[in-house]
Design a protein around this ligand. Structure first.
Ligand code: ADP
Ligand code: MG
Length: 455
């Protein structure tokens, strides 16, 4: 549906048109009218356009008085981002908006009050309320954006505190990428007969994002990353699991001449904002970040999300890769995986309900290689029939394979008769066989009796 055809004000339509938004996204089409009529809980994946799906009903429902709508968000970056989006529409309606978040001076924020639309993080909002700068007793709309993240980050008590000091006649709208039990409980307690609008859960439309993993070890991890960046130049968002990891990697990249910067919670709000701005504007190509610092970041044109460390929790993976492939841009997600991290990768795959494709670096570029995990037995072994160019003994075959990075332990039973042979080999090593010239043919047993031929 086109915004132009919707039953909303001309002012809103004009602002949307100026922003270049014509067609409503799925969640906007389904959630805007219900949110204009009553309480709603909306679940839709990251990047689906939830922000406008609450901003539009808010603009349709306010009159320009002070403190009419409060939008609670989990992070400072998100507060800035959502407020920026609101400000665009507010220009037409001639109402005031303000972003309220911690880590910066309160003064300018206090000066911004009262505003019709307040976008803020729970901590600073509470602060201003306690100090008497913010009164929510006439609130018409309370919006909880990224409700699941806010609960994850431990804001539940703050949220309850704030809600208990708002107008009871207010409308409450809740938006979330996922719907855990606690959210339902929160909704029961604070919402009135909410309409539930549940779209696809946050599995980040896998069809849009190509998801890969590359096997690395401590020695090859950094060089593999550099090979990726060099062979596929683009706009990179790289995640590490710790702040220390982020700092170390960003430093290394900078030293090696890349336009890279770090983003993590140890930085002042000012420097976080500056880094985000230069990334947004393309002054840097690589942003190295922690999970928390990156939440809700919406930067256009990210081509690669790289998990330099495999995230320990599947939902972090979902949020990380949600940063690429936002709406129309195609993206690629690459997870560098060490042998002992395979377990985490498998959990992620289970959670997402899909398999990551394996990439290997060959002839100056990263190529997808067949991953034989599905065909492996309980020990991870796969049966391979092969023909040798020349007759040789078992030990010679093993030694030769060793030169191509296949260790002895990865090869199980082997039988040779003349140039023909059979071996059991670990699935992760199978593709390496194809590069070894001593074989004239390699037949990999996949499934019951199907064979995958390569020569
Ligand atoms: P979510 O909150 O669901 O993760 P956002 O509201 O942040 O998603 O929207 C993701 C991106 O899509 C933003 O860059 C936003 O400007 C853009 N966007 C939202 N709605 C539309 C639309 N109707 N047409 C084009 N782009 C849109
Ligand atoms: Mg959002």
């Amino acid at each position: 549906m086109y915004f132009g055809e919707m039953d909303i004000s001309q002012k809103t339509k004009k602002a949307l048109k100026e922003r270049g938004f014509e067609l409503a996204t799925d969640v906007q089409e389904k959630a805007i009218y219900p949110a204009m009529q009553g309480d709603v809980i909306v679940q839709a994946r990251t990047g689906s356009g939830k922000t406008l799906s609450f901003l539009i009903p808010v603009f349709e429902g306010i009159s320009g008085e002070g403190n009419e709508a409060l939008i609670l968000v989990p992070t400072r970056e998100l507060a800035q981002q959502v407020e920026r989006e609101a400000r665009e529409i507010a220009k037409e309606h001639r109402v005031r908006t303000v972003a309220i978040y911690g880590g910066v001076s309160m003064e300018p924020q206090i000066k911004g009050l009262p505003a019709s639309i307040i976008v803020g993080t729970p901590g600073r909002i509470m602060d201003l309320m306690r100090r008497g700068y913010l009164d929510l007793s006439n609130l018409k709309f309370l919006i909880l954006d990224e409700a699941d993240r806010m609960l994850d980050m431990g804001f539940i008590d703050d949220i309850r505190w704030i809600i208990s000091r708002t107008n009871r006649a207010r409308r409450t709208l809740m938006y979330s990428a996922t719907m855990p039990e606690e959210i339902i409980r929160l909704a029961k307690r604070y919402m009135r007969n909410p309409r539930k609008i549940l779209l696809s859960s946050d599995s980040v439309s896998p069809e849009k994002i190509e998801q890969y993993y590359v096997e690395v070890n401590d020695r090859t991890k950094y060089s593999t990353l550099k090979m990726l960046i060099n062979s596929e130049p683009g706009k990179y968002l790289i995640f590490c699991n710790t702040r220390l990891g982020v700092k170390a990697l960003a430093n290394k990249l900078e030293r090696d001449g890349y336009r890279a910067k770090e983003l993590h919670g140890d930085m002042t709000q000012g420097s976080r904002t500056r880094v985000m701005e230069s990334y947004r504007q393309g002054m840097i190509d690589i942003l190295v970040a922690t999970d928390v610092a990156s939440r809700g970041i919406d930067v256009k044109g990210i081509t690669h999300v790289v998990n330099y460390d495999v995230p320990r929790f599947p939902k972090d993976y979902v949020h990380r890769i949600g940063r690429t492939g936002r709406l129309n841009s195609d993206g690629r997600a690459v997870t560098l995986t060490k042998g002992n991290e395979m377990l985490y990768l498998q959990r992620i795959e289970g959670f997402m309900g899909l398999k990551l494709k394996k990439l290997t670096f060959r002839e100056n570029r990263f190529e997808e290689v067949r991953d034989y995990r599905d065909s492996a037995d309980a020990f991870g072994m796969i049966k391979v029939n092969f023909s040798l160019l020349h007759e040789m003994g078992e030990w010679e075959v093993i030694k030769e394979a060793g030169k191509y990075g296949i260790s002895e332990e990865d090869i199980g039973m082997m039988e040779l008769s003349g140039k023909q042979g059979v071996m059991h080999i670990h699935y992760a090593q199978v593709s390496k066989l194809l590069d070894i010239p001593m074989f004239s043919e390699v037949k990999i047993a996949v499934g019951e009796d199907k064979e995958h031929r390569a020569s």
